[in-house]
Design a protein around this ligand. Structure first.
Ligand code: NAG
Length: 312
C-alpha cells in the first residue's frame, strides 16, 4: 500500500512538469521501472521521486538536449530510436535492483550526452520563408510539446498589383519560396472585385498548372486572381494578384502626352517649335500639308525681300 502511494505521488509530480524529449519517447511505466531501485546515498533510502528529479535535470530541463532534438520533419522517429537505445538497457539492468544516486547520475548523464551527439547529426529543418503559407518542411521538432512547431505564417499571401495594356499578354505565377510536396493540386480562382474574401471567388481551373496566362487581355479580365495550392486535401498557401487592364487608347494618349512633354523646351526659353509635335504633321491630309509648305515658302520669300530692301 505504501509503495503504491509513493508511486502515485511520484506519478503526479512526473506529470506536473512540462513535456520533454524524454517524456515524448519513454513511457511512465518504463520510467518507474528505471527508478525502482534509486537510493539516496546520504540517507541510504529508496526514493523514486528524487530519481524523477534527476531525469528532469538531465533530460527534461536540459537546453542542450532540447536544442539537439530540433530535427526536421519525419526525423522524430529517429530521435525516439536513439533515446530508447540508450535508456531501455538501463531500465532492464536497474529494475528490481538497488543503485545509489551516483550510479544513476553517471549512467543517465552518459545517455544524455550520446543522445545530444547523435540527435545533433540528424537533418534540420530548411527554415521558414515569410510571409505566408503552411511550410511543413520548415518546421522543427519541439520536445516541450512532443510536436512539430509550425512556421506560423498565415495561409493568405499579400495581394500583388499587376497591370497590363489591353490586347497584351500577361502571366501570373503560383510560386512559393519553400519546398512543396510532390502531390500538389493547384486551383485558380477569379473574382471581379479587388478582394481576398473567399466567397467572392469562382473556380477557373483545377490541376497542376503553376502558370496562369492571358494571351490577350481584355478589359473584362480586370479583377483578382487567386491561386491555392493543396496537398492531400489540405490547403498550403493562397496567392493573390489584382490585375488591372488598361484600354489601349488610354495608353496611346498617355504615350503621346509623354512625347509631347519631352518635345517642349525648358521653361523660360524661346519657343520655336510649333504647338503640335512634328510627327503629327505627317497625319495631316495632303492639301493641308501643301498649304503649310506654301505659306512657309512665301514667308521666307517675304523675309528675304524685306532684308534685301533694308540692305540696299
Ligand atoms: C554508489 O555505488 C557505487 C557502486 O556500487 C559505489 O562504488 C559508490 O561508492 C557508491 N557511492 C556512494 C556515495 O555511496
Amino acid at each position: 500500500m505504501a509503495g503504491f502511494v509513493v508511486r502515485l505521488i511520484s506519478l503526479m509530480s512526473f506529470f506536473g512538469v512540462v513535456l520533454s524529449c524524454y517524456q515524448c519517447f519513454i513511457d511512465t511505466d518504463e520510467s518507474i521501472n528505471l527508478c525502482w531501485g534509486h537510493t539516496v546515498s546520504e540517507y541510504n533510502i529508496r526514493n523514486i521521486d528524487s530519481c524523477f528529479k534527476t531525469l528532469d535535470r538531465i533530460f527534461n530541463n536540459n537546453p542542450r538536449v532540447i536544442e539537439a532534438a530540433k530535427v526536421g520533419r519525419g526525423h522524430d522517429s529517429v530521435l525516439k530510436e536513439i533515446l530508447r537505445a540508450e535508456i531501455m538497457p538501463i531500465v532492464e539492468e536497474f529494475h528490481q535492483h538497488m543503485h545509489n544516486d551516483t550510479v544513476y547520475e553517471v549512467r543517465l548523464q552518459a545517455a544524455a550526452e550520446t543522445f545530444i551527439v547523435m540527435a545533433s547529426g540528424l537533418p534540420r529543418a530548411s527554415g521558414c520563408f515569410p510571409p505566408c503559407g503552411f511550410q511543413s518542411l520548415g518546421t522543427v521538432y519541439n520536445c516541450m510539446t512532443c510536436q512539430y512547431d509550425s512556421c506560423e505564417f498565415p495561409l493568405d499571401c499579400p495581394l500583388q498589383e499587376i497591370t497590363v495594356a489591353e490586347n497584351n499578354r500577361t502571366q501570373m505565377w503560383c510560386h512559393v519560396p519553400f519546398v512543396l510536396p510532390s502531390d500538389i493540386q493547384i486551383v485558380w480562382r477569379y473574382a471581379e472585385a479587388e478582394t481576398m474574401l473567399m466567397d467572392q471567388f469562382k473556380e477557373v481551373t483545377v490541376g497542376m498548372d503553376k502558370l496562369f496566362s492571358i494571351p490577350s487581355a481584355r478589359l473584362e479580365h480586370t479583377g483578382t486572381y487567386q491561386c491555392e495550392i493543396f496537398s492531400q486535401e489540405r490547403s498550403l498557401v493562397r496567392i493573390y494578384y489584382h490585375l488591372t487592364v488598361y484600354p489601349s487608347e488610354v495608353v496611346g494618349q498617355a504615350k503621346l502626352q509623354d512625347l509631347f512633354n519631352k518635345a517642349l523646351l525648358p521653361a523660360g526659353q524661346f519657343h520655336l517649335l510649333p504647338s503640335m509635335p512634328l510627327f503629327s504633321l505627317l497625319r495631316l491630309p495632303i492639301p493641308a500639308l501643301l498649304t503649310i509648305c506654301l505659306t512657309s515658302l512665301l514667308t521666307l520669300l517675304f523675309l528675304a525681300l524685306w532684308v534685301l530692301y533694308w540692305w540696299c
